[in-house]
Design a protein around this ligand. Structure first.
Ligand code: C2O
Length: 590
C-alpha cells in the first residue's frame, strides 16, 4: 500500500522555530538558545497522527498523551565542550588517495579571511525527484549549463567542479587534522556529523551552480530511491554528451533499468526486480522504525574534538546510503568514481544521491515531531568551512532546518511508510521449526572473531530484560551492540545482522529477521612510495534497535536471542556482541 502524505507533512517546516543566534566569542562561532515548539500541537504532528502508518501508532499515543519527555535527552556528565571545529586550511597534507592517482588538497590562499555565512534570502527553492525532471527540458538545460560552467572554471578556482569534488576527499581521506592536534583527522563520515556536513556541502554546491547561471531559484534534484519509480539509476545522468555524465560507473547498473539494491555488496542480488524493490522498501522502513526513538541509531554516534580512540559508529541511514555508492561505482579497481570516497563527488549523481539522503533526514525529523536530534552542544556547535556562493570562506554551524537554507523537497509518496510485508511469513517460520538442523551456538566469549563469508558467525546473546512493559520501552530502547569492529580502510566492508529466537539453547537453520548492516566504504590512503598503504585498522561499532522488531516477531518473552552476522564483502573482525538497553530521546516506540 502506498501512502500519500499530507502536503504539510514532509519537506522543510517552519513548525519548529530555531531561535539561534551566533556570536563571535574568542574567535569561535557559538550557537545558543535553540528552542522548538512542542510537537503535540503542531500541524505536522497532527498530519503524522492521521497517517495511520505502522511506524507511528505508539507515537500517536505519545503525542496525545502529551508526555513531557519529548525533549528529555539525557546527556551524560561532560567536562569540556568539544565540538568539531574547522581545520587550519594552511595545513592540508597530501591526502594521497589511491583512486585519485594524486592528492586532493585545494590551492591555498593565505589572504582569504573567514567570515560568518549570510544565509540566503531567496524564495523557498524546491528540490525535485530526478526521475520526474527528466522531461523538463528547460530545467535540464539550466542544470547542464551550470555544471558545464563549473567544469570550465580555472582549475584552481574554488568553485571548479573538481575542486568541489576534492572537498569530499579532503574531509574523508585525512587531508586535515583537527585544530590543536597533529594526528586526529577531520572525518565527516561514521558519526553524527555525517548528515549536517553533507547538508552544507550540497547547499553550497547548489548555490554556486545557481550563481553560475544567475538563477537564485536553482535546485539540484534528488535521487528518489525510496520509491519504486526512482529505484533505477536516474536517466538524466546517462547521456554521454552531457556534462552530468561520468564514464566511471558500473555500466551494468546504470543502464536499462537495473534496480538499485540497497544491500548491494559487489554481488548482484539474484532476486526478481519486484522482490528487490520490496526488500529495499523494507530496509528503509526498518531503518526508520528501529531507530525512531533514538537519533544516534539513525544518524550516528557522537564525535568530539580531539577524540582519537573512539569507536566510530555510523547510523543506519549512512549504511543505506553506502550501497548506492558501491552500486554506481566501477565494479573493479578502486571502484571509481562513486565507490571510493576520494572520487565519489566527481560524479554528478553524488549530489543527487545525497540530496535524497538529506531528504531522509528531513523526513526522520518530521516523524519525530521536529525535535532537535541532539541537544548536545558538541553537536550543535560543530562548525565547518566552505566557499559559499559569494566566494568567501565561511564558517557556519547552523543547518538544522533546511528552511533556513531556503530549500525544501517536493512532496512525493513514501511507499515505505505504509504497510508492507517485511516480516517472514508464518509459513516460513513453521517450516524452520520443523527442520531438523538445529545447531548448538555458543556465546561470543571474549576473543575477537574474524567473520568468514562462507560460515556466518552465530552467537547466542542474553537479553537484559524480557517482557518489558510499554512504558519501559518508551524509556529505553533495546539495542544489539557489536563492538571492536576492525576493517581495513582501503577495502570496502559489509556484514548483515539477523536475529532469531532460539529453541532452547539451539539455533534454527533460519537466520531470522534482518535487522540492519555494518558498511564501511573504502577510504584508503596511498603510501609515500606511491603504492597503496595497508590501511590503518580502525575500530568501529554497530548499534541496531530491536524493540520494534521483537514486537513484530512476537519475541518479547525470549530470554536470549540468536544473532547471526553474515559477511558480505571485505575483511572484518568483531570483538563482541551484546544486547543493551539505551535511554531513548523520544518515547516513540513505534
Ligand atoms: Cu561523504 Cu556519500 O558520502
Amino acid at each position: 500500500m502506498s501512502l500519500l502524505l499530507n502536503s504539510s507533512f514532509t519537506g522543510a517546516s517552519s513548525a519548529c522555530l530555531l531561535h539561534r543566534k551566533t556570536s563571535r566569542h574568542r574567535g569561535r562561532s557559538h550557537v545558543h538558545g535553540v528552542t522548538c515548539r512542542q510537537g503535540g500541537n503542531d500541524d505536522r504532528s497532527n498530519a503524522a497522527r492521521q497517517q495511520r502508518s505502522p511506524l507511528l501508532l505508539d507515537r500517536r499515543d505519545m503525542l496525545l498523551g502529551g508526555l513531557g519527555g519529548l525533549y528529555g535527552v539525557t546527556a551524560g556528565p561532560k567536562v569540556l565542550a568539544a565540538p568539531i571545529m574547522p581545520p587550519d586550511l594552511s595545513k592540508c597534507h597530501d591526502a594521497k588517495a589511491p583512486a585519485l592517482h594524486d592528492h586532493c588538497c585545494p590551492p591555498y590562499d593565505p589572504s582569504e579571511t573567514i567570515s560568518e555565512y549570510g544565509f540566503p534570502a531567496t524564495p523557498l527553492r524546491v528540490r525535485r525527484p530526478a526521475h520526474l525532471v527528466k522531461d523538463d527540458q528547460e530545467y535540464l538545460d539550466k542544470y547542464k549549463e551550470a555544471v558545464r560552467r563549473m567544469k570550465n572554471l580555472p582549475e584552481d578556482h574554488p568553485w571548479n567542479y573538481y575542486q568541489q569534488a576534492n572537498i569530499h576527499c579532503q574531509y574523508c581521506n585525512d587531508a586535515y587534522y583537527q585544530q590543536n592536534t597533529d594526528d586526529v583527522p577531520v572525518q565527516v563520515h561514521f558519526s553524527w556529523i555525517f548528515l549536517p556536513w553533507h547538508r552544507y556541502y550540497l547547499h553550497f554546491y547548489e548555490r554556486i551552480l545557481g550563481k553560475l547561471i544567475d538563477d537564485d531559484t536553482f535546485t539540484i534534484p534528488f535521487w528518489n530511491w525510496d520509491t519504486k519509480e526512482g529505484m533505477t539509476f536516474p536517466a538524466i545522468f546517462q547521456d554521454a554528451s552531457s556534462p552530468l555524465y561520468d564514464s566511471k560507473r558500473d555500466q551494468r547498473h546504470v543502464k536499462d533499468g537495473a534496480i538499485l539494491d540497497l544491500k548491494y555488496a559487489y554481488t548482484d542480488n539474484p532476486a526478481s526486480d519486484s522482490e528487490i524493490i520490496r526488500e529495499n522498501l523494507c530496509f528503509i522502513q526498518k531503518t526508520f522504525k528501529y531507530s525512531l526513538s533514538l537519533a544516534e541509531l539513525f544518524m550516528g554516534d557522537p564525535v568530539r574534538a580531539g577524540e582519537k580512540e573512539i569507536q566510530e559508529a555510523n547510523g543506519q541511514l549512512e549504511v543505506i546510503h553506502n550501497a548506492a555508492h558501491m552500486w554506481v561505482g566501477e565494479p573493479d579497481g578502486y571502484k571509481e568514481d562513486m565507490g571510493d570516497f576520494s572520487t565519489a563527488a566527481r560524479d554528478s549523481v553524488f549530489y543527487c544521491h545525497h540530496s535524497n539522503v538529506d531528504r531522509m533526514w528531513d523526513i526522520y525529523r518530521n516523524l519525530r515531531g521536529n525535535q532537535v536530534e541532539f541537544e548536545d552542544k558538541d553537536w550543535l556547535d560543530s562548525t565547518f568551512l566552505f566557499h559559499d556562493e559569494n566566494e568567501q570562506l565561511v564558517k557556519i554551524g547552523d543547518c538544522l532546518n533546511p528552511t533556513k537554507l531556503r530549500y525544501t523537497f517536493e512532496q512525493v509518496p513514501l511507499p515505505w511508510l505504509g504497510k508492507i510485508n517485511c516480516q517472514k511469513t508464518a509459513e516460513t517460520k513453521s517450516k524452520a521449526t520443523t527442520e531438523l538442523s538445529l545447531t548448538r551456538v555458543g556465546e561470543f566469549g571474549t576473543t575477537p572473531q574474524a567473520l568468514d563469508a562462507s560460515n556466518p558467525l552465530r552467537v547466542i546473546v542474553a537479553r537484559p530484560k524480557k517482557n518489558r512493559k510499554k512504558k519501559e520501552k518508551q524509556e529505553k530502547v533495546e539495542v544489539i551492540q557489536i563492538k571492536d569492529i576492525k576493517v581495513t580502510t582501503n577495502e570496502t566492508a559489509r556484514f548483515d545482522v539477523y536475529v532469531a529466537v532460539p529453541y532452547g539453547d539451539l539455533a534454527g537453520p533460519d537466520y531470522g529477521e534482518f535487522v540492519g548492516s555494518f558498511v564501511r566504504l573504502a577510504h584508503g590512503k596511498k603510501g609515500s612510495d606511491g603504492t597503496q598503504e595497508q590501511g590503518a585498522k580502525k575500530k568501529g561499532k554497530l548499534k541496531l534497535g530491536i524493540t520494534a522488531l521483537l514486537e513484530d516477531i512476537d519475541a518479547e518473552d525470549a530470554d536470549k536471542l540468536v544473532v547471526t552476522l553474515v559477511l558480505r564483502t571485505g575483511s572484518v573482525t568483531v570483538g563482541g556482541v551484546s544486547i543493551k538497553l539505551l535511554q531513548t530521546d523520544t518515547p516513540a516506540v513505534i
